[in-house]
Design a binder for this molecule. Structure first.
Ligand SMILES: NC(=O)c1ccc[n+]([C@@H]2O[C@H](COP(=O)([O-])OP(=O)(O)OC[C@H]3O[C@@H](n4cnc5c(N)ncnc54)[C@H](O)[C@@H]3O)[C@@H](O)[C@H]2O)c1
Ligand SMILES: [Zn+2]
Length: 349
């Protein structure tokens, strides 16, 4: 899938099995080096770092592996800072590049570090979760969380290349495989009813077309509106409340896709009231989330107050008003200006 962004810049997302072994040669076509650093989390590094480092070495790069603890709690400014120091210590300079190897957490963190280290070096993304392969690996949003909210500190920095090795998905625990479907269901709801209808049947053995279709939807939206002045906001469907839940529950207690699943249910309910989404479509959305074992009901022990207070910090709040994404039917969504905080309270209740 080709991603086109402002200023005529473009990059490719390659999708297929056994691509990690070719990473070095593929990087060689675009990047000079000689130094690079592979950033991975402590779960992913033992699984896949070896073939990647080997392939980079074979292509003539001097590659260093840097690991961070697994999970959302690594997406912090402190971790980004520590990585910058480690990159300096490892002797990386302006001709160097980074390789992010892992899920969306490592992708967002390493991409952010690539955007600030020496005022920006290139990075290559090797996504290894379904969520990262169908969504977070393209689009250029990088960043970390702050005390006030998800992704509050970050930058736009696109990868030079994305290599999605579908063989890496085989080792995903069921929960993390399922998590990715929240973003695919979102893509279906906002743009592609046919994709939505096919989601119940996606198998792990051969996900290439499924990944390509998801990335094509995202690439088309990003090409229209890279900096989220308009249509890119549609990709936030389910995320206003999803992000608030992630923060209110404490980062890492929900997987991102699980919080988004709850956010999608809330957004679907708001859409029934405010955008004419049929009850039938709303129920189909909830049924599909359930089928993927994603949560669709907020447990009573999570404080609604906390979620509402987290909502106030959302970047989608602009001077007190919220830009909330609603679906009119499965496959068609828009940004509503008529959604009130009371509507969100009702959906949360
Ligand atoms: N930048 C964007 O456009 C964008 C889009 C969507 C989500 N995100 C971000 O992505 C993050 C969520 O990403 P995620 O769900 O991939 O989480 P993650 O990166 O934490 O990965 C989930 C878990 O799976 C493990 N793992 C990764 N690959 C594996 C493999 N192949 N086999 C076995 N285990 C593996 C990881 O170690 C981790 O414990 C959130 O922080 C979210 O905000 C960013
Ligand atoms: Zn998301």
């Amino acid at each position: 899938v080709e991603v086109r962004v402002a200023g005529g810049q473009r990059y490719e997302a390659l999708i297929g099995p056994s691509l990690l072994e070719k990473a070095g040669a593929l990087c060689r076509q675009l990047l000079r080096g000689p130094r690079c650093a592979v950033i991975a989390d402590e779960t992913v590094a033992p699984l896949f770092a070896q073939p990647v480092l080997q392939s980079l070495t074979n292509a003539g790069f001097a590659a260093e592996l840097l690991t961070v603890p697994a999970g959302e709690t690594s997406k912090t400014m402190a971790q980004a800072n520590a990585l910058c120091e480690r990159l300096s210590a490892a002797g990386l300079d302006r001709s160097s590049f980074l390789v992010s190897l892992g899920g969306g957490v490592v992708g967002d963190l390493a991409g952010f570090v690539a955007s600030i280290f020496l005022r920006g070096v290139p990075f290559v993304s090797l996504p290894t979760t379904l969520l990262a392969q169908i969504d977070s690996c393209i689009g250029g949003k990088t960043g970390v969380n702050s005390a006030t909210g998800k992704n509050m500190i970050g930058s736009f920095h696109h990868p030079a290349l994305v290599i999605a090795d579908t063989a890496t998905l085989r080792s995903l625990p069921e929960r993390i495989w399922n998590e990715g479907f929240a973003e695919a269901i979102k893509h279906g709801i906002i743009r592609d009813r046919e994709l939505f209808d096919s989601l119940a049947d996606v198998e792990r053995d051969d996900p290439v077309d499924f990944i390509a279709r998801n990335l094509s939807i995202k690439a088309a939206i990003v090409a229209e509106d890279e900096r989220e002045k308009g249509p890119r906001s549609l990709l936030n469907f389910g995320h206003t409340i999803g992000h608030a839940i992630e923060r209110a529950a404490g980062y890492g207690n929900f997987l991102h896709g699980e919080a988004v699943s709850l956010g999608i249910v809330a957004a679907a309910r708001v859409s029934v009231c405010r955008a004419g989404l049929s009850l039938g479509d709303c129920e189909r959305i909830i049924a599909l989330l359930r089928q993927r074992q994603l949560p669709t009901e907020l447990l009573a022990d999570l404080s609604r107050e906390k979620i509402l207070s987290a909502l106030q910090h959302d970047k989608k709040f602009e001077s007190g008003r919220i830009r909330f994404v609603v679906a009119h039917e499965i496959g068609r969504a828009s940004i509503a200006e008529n959604v009130t905080i009371d509507d969100l309270c009702a959906a949360l209740a």
